[in-house]
Design a binder for this molecule. Structure first.
Ligand code: ADP
Ligand code: MG
Length: 681
């Protein structure tokens, strides 16, 4: 409830009280008495004392008007009408009068008074009292009514007040609850605002995200569209392909049907084939048996081939001669020359090779001055089994020799000699260089023999190979594979049924071509160490490498043995007596070489004559070389002499000597037509 309302309420209540009070003031004094009377009604009046007090006052009879007690009025102003008056507080005169009038005691005390007057006065007083009493009763009644009304008003007001208070409390409670609601509402509002702000932010972010997504989606869309385009193109292509494929499929189906038909046909032919296979199997078995028989025939044919091969070789001539001219070497030309071509032309002997088809002829020519001063041109023509020009390769030379090397695996003895003056290329031809293209005849022949033995294994042949390497220097045999000191040990040559044998020499079992090469290298290094002047010794001695082959054939029961002798002869150049005369050793060397080479020529010549005449003595014993090679130069042996020539004009005479020697050898050959020699000398 508002304060003003409360105040007004309160003030109205106060006014109401004040009004009541003022009304009380305004009433006549006797009207106030009922209160006292009311107050004293409960107890009996004290007449004696009032009578006494009235007499004491000495005041004549009070006017018959309405008594007024000023003192009482004043005293009464200080007392509430509701409050009972104390006896002491009642104004004395008035009460004394009243009491006196009531009790009548005052006469006894104050002196004698006329009884009538007194009784009149008393009656008057009594009537006054009665009226007062009556007025008082009326006042009391009125006051009681007023009081009741006031009380009811108060009660009403209190009820109002209570109601108002309740309303106020209710209003306050409401206000409080409203305030709380308000606070809650504002909190809620704040929360809502914040939430809203957050939501707005979220929505903005979401929007941005969406924007981004939209952009990405747009990009994706663009790519997908591109893909789609391509897919469409591909689809179009595929459709075209599918169309083609379906056409092809139709074709294939048609083919398939045709093939099915064929399969049917094939099935029946397959059944037929199965029968055929069975028959063929039987045929095969028969054929295998036949193959075995034929293999046997082949082995027999191989034996026949060997015999025929030998016959062919014999018809070709058991002694054959090749001529090889080495190329011009840089070392052949003098140093510090201006015109190389001219120097070459001057250095070279005049050699031509007229037979460009069969390569069997060599023609040398030279100009000389006659005694009469005339220029005389001389020409020497020689024919051989093969003539190799300076540009010929080792492989080309070996191609012609390989047949011979093959023969030793067939059980023949083969001798290959390199003949010629020092520096003509004998060692190059026989041993060669280290490069595969320059490898010489010895390593190539060895390779060939090993290869042949391998090939013949399939025909039942098993071979054992062994080698020895000897040097004949001054008619003394040295073992190039041994360890002994040169020219010290005495080696003897023995011939018996098993073949030729040299005492105390190393005969090495050979397992591979590489093994043989290692042996040759060792032999050469021994020769080098033994020689004071390397080229001197090697060119002044013969070296004989012998590869002995023994074979057995378990299938045919055959056995064979052969030997391949590869001989690098000492230089054939003739030293004039004066050159060698001063040096005894040199002379001895020369005599030994001449002797052995002559003996070789003689033996070969005698062999030729023997073949022609029948029984002719062959002088094998004339030299260690011929004696050593006795078995390889007679009977079924095959001999090849490679005549090495120098291309130099300076060596023309030596070349002619060599050519004549070789021609002598060549002419002894059986079965070959004698070569025509044109000689003007
Ligand atoms: P020989 O043994 O007869 O004394 P060499 O074989 O030692 O002669 O040869 C002498 C030189 O000539 C060597 O340097 C050798 O390499 C070379 N020679 C020989 N023949 C040929 C050839 N056909 N091709 C190339 N060089 C060769
Ligand atoms: Mg040599």
């Amino acid at each position: 409830m508002p304060a003003s309302f409360a105040n007004s309420h309160l003030s109205s209540s106060t006014n109401l009280k004040r009004k009541a009070y003022n009304d009380d003031d305004n009433i006549d004094h006797p009207r106030k008495l009922p209160a006292i009377a009311e107050h004293n009604a409960s107890r009996p009046l004290q007449q004696n004392r009032s009578a006494i007090n009235v007499s004491k006052l000495g005041v004549g009879p009070p006017p018959l008007t309405k008594p007024r007690g000023p003192a009482i009025t004043t005293a009464r102003t200080t007392r509430a009408t509701s409050a009972p008056l104390k006896p002491s507080a009642v104004p004395r005169p008035a009460s004394r009068v009243a009491l006196a009038s009531r009790t009548g005691v005052a006469r006894t005390t104050s002196g004698p008074l006329a009884p009538t007057v007194i009784s009149t006065q008393f009656q008057t007083l009594q009537s006054q009292v009665a009226s007062i009493e009556h007025a008082r009763a009326a006042d009391v009644a009125r006051l009681a009514a007023d009081m009741d009304s006031e009380r009811s008003k108060v009660a009403e007001l209190q009820a109002n007040h209570l109601a108002m208070s309740r309303e106020l409390a209710t209003a306050r409670t409401q206000e409080l609850s409203q305030r709380r609601d308000l606070v809650n509402a504002s909190d809620e509002l704040d929360a809502l605002r914040k939430k809203h702000a957050r939501e707005v932010m979220d929505i903005e972010m979401d929007l941005k995200k969406r924007d981004r997504e939209i952009r990405e989606l747009n990009e994706d869309l663009r790519i997908v569209r591109g893909d789609l385009e391509r897919e469409r193109d591909a689809g179009t292509l595929l459709k075209a392909t599918v169309a083609q494929q379906s056409t092809a499929q139709i074709t294939l189906q048609a083919q398939n049907s045709a093939l099915q038909a064929q399969i049917g046909a094939l099935q029946s032919s397959c059944d037929f084939s199965a029968d055929t296979v069975t028959k063929l199997r039987l045929d095969l078995e028969m054929a295998q048996k036949r193959v075995e028989v034929l293999e046997q025939d082949a082995r027999e044919a191989e034996m026949v081939r060997r015999r025929l091969h030998n016959m062919v070789q014999e018809l070709k001539g058991n002694i054959r001669v090749f001529c090889r001219v080495r190329p011009l070497l840089p070392s052949d030309l003098p140093t510090n020359i201006d015109d190389v071509e001219r120097a070459r032309a001057e250095a070279l002997a005049n050699v031509v090779y007229p037979d460009q088809r069969d390569h069997r002829e060599i023609v040398l020519s030279a100009s000389s001055e006659s005694a009469t001063g005339q220029e005389r041109k001389e020409t020497w023509s020689f024919g051989f089994d093969k003539v190799f020009e300076p540009h010929s390769t080792q492989a080309e030379v070996f191609e012609e020799i390989s047949q011979l090397a093959q023969s030793c695996t067939d059980g023949y003895n083969v001798c290959i000699f390199a003949y010629g003056q020092t520096g003509s290329g004998k060692s190059f031809t026989m041993e060669g260089g280290s490069a595969s293209s320059t490898v010489g005849m010895i390593p190539r022949a060895v390779d060939q023999v090993f290869q042949a033995t391998e090939d013949l294994k399939s025909k039942g042949w098993e071979y054992t190979l062994e080698g020895q390497f000897l040097e004949i220097y001054n008619e003394t045999i040295n073992d190039l594979l041994g360890n002994g000191e040169f020219d010290k040990k005495k080696h003897e040559i023995k011939h018996d049924k098993s073949g030729t044998r040299v005492t105390d020499v190393v005969v090495q079992a050979l397992h591979s071509p590489a093994h043989v090469r290692a042996l040759l290298a060792r032999a050469n290094s021994r020769r080098t160490v033994a020689a004071t002047l390397m080229n001197e010794r090697s060119s002044r001695s013969h070296s004989v490498f012998t590869l002995r082959i023994r074979g057995t054939n378990a299938l045919t029961g055959e056995a064979c043995s052969g030997a391949l002798n590869l001989v690098d002869l000492a230089g054939s150049e003739r030293l004039n007596a004066s050159g060698a005369g001063s040096d005894k050793e040199r002379l001895k060397e020369t005599q030994s070489i001449n002797k052995s080479l002559s003996a070789l020529g003689d033996v070969i010549a005698a062999l030729g004559e023997k073949s022609e005449k029948g029984d002719k003595h062959i002088p094998y014993r004339n030299s260690k070389l011929t004696y050593l090679l006795q078995n390889s130069l007679s009977g079924n042996s095959k001999t090849l002499m490679v005549l090495n020539l120098s291309p130099l004009a300076a060596h023309l005479n030596e070349s002619l000597c060599s050519l004549r020697f070789a021609t002598k050898v060549n002419n002894t050959t059986i079965g070959t037509a004698k070569k025509q020699t044109k000689s003007t000398s």
